[in-house]
Design a protein around this ligand. Structure first.
Ligand code: SF4
Ligand code: SF4
Length: 230
């Protein structure tokens, strides 16, 4: 009945012609007629065009701020996500410096979102918390090939943006990373202390051995002195 009412009504009321989702808009900014969408030029590709905290669409690559996102990009181009992606829609090339040394960042990182099935497996397997799901959903484009191949620079988003769209998840991930870093530092400190203790014990044992050796030599000298006197 709803469909029939809408179908018939669409001949009389233009608002019934389209079905758009405006749930991401504040109530006072809802369009008053179908012709108002998108409200502003470029709005459909805005970074803040999201649905809810818990929605996910396609992956994005995180960086930790700064003038050049490539200085703080978390991805080290280990290619685990590329191998694990079920439809194989990730393509990565490692970056090398002028001496041919691998510099732990991606020279290329492409995701073909026309193939991506938003499964989030890439996020789960990443050991560096470098790839997470974006909730930006307005990606429609008339270019069905190049327009849906997201390049590294299209995928780069700041951790602040991540906090903006998924506050709880981003805070939990930050906490996990801080805990892991603290555990790593504690382990390193414990290893350094153990090495120091071992070195001290070794030095002590060597000093004791040397003292014993010296005492032995002194005893021998005394004995030979006695023998000469007698
Ligand atoms: S979300 Fe799934 S399909 Fe999309 S890139 Fe990640 S692993 Fe591949
Ligand atoms: S996103 Fe993560 S798993 Fe994928 S290449 Fe980068 S560091 Fe490796």
């Amino acid at each position: 009945m709803v469909t029939l009412r809408n179908f018939v009504g669409s001949y009389f009321d233009s608002n019934r012609l389209t079905t758009n989702d405006y749930s991401w808009k504040p109530k006072d900014q809802l369009p008053q007629s179908a012709g108002e969408y998108p409200k502003e030029e470029g709005e459909q590709l805005s970074d803040t065009t999201t649905v809810t905290n818990y929605s996910r669409n396609f992956p994005m690559l995180l960086h930790d701020g700064g003038d050049d996102p490539m200085d703080t990009i978390r991805c080290v181009a280990c290619q685990i996500c590329e191998r694990e992606c079920p439809p194989q829609c990730i393509y990565i090339e490692k970056a090398y410096d002028e001496n041919g040394k691998y510099i732990k960042s991606p020279a290329k990182f492409d995701i073909d979102v026309s193939v991506c099935m938003s499964c989030q497996i890439c996020v789960e397997v990443c050991p560096f918390d470098a790839i997470v799901m974006n909730s930006q959903f307005e990606l429609s484009t008339p270019d069905r090939f190049g327009g849906l191949l997201l390049r590294r620079d299209d995928l780069l988003k700041s951790n602040d943006y991540y906090h903006q769209i998924h506050p709880e998840e981003a805070a939990a991930r930050d906490q996990k990373m801080a805990d892991e870093k603290a555990a790593k530092e504690a382990k390193k400190k414990a290893a350094a202390e153990a090495a120091k203790k071992k070195a001290e014990e070794k030095a002590k044992a060597e000093a004791e051995a040397k003292a014993l050796e010296e005492a032995g030599e002194k005893g021998k000298e005394e004995d030979s002195g006695k023998e000469e006197a007698s």
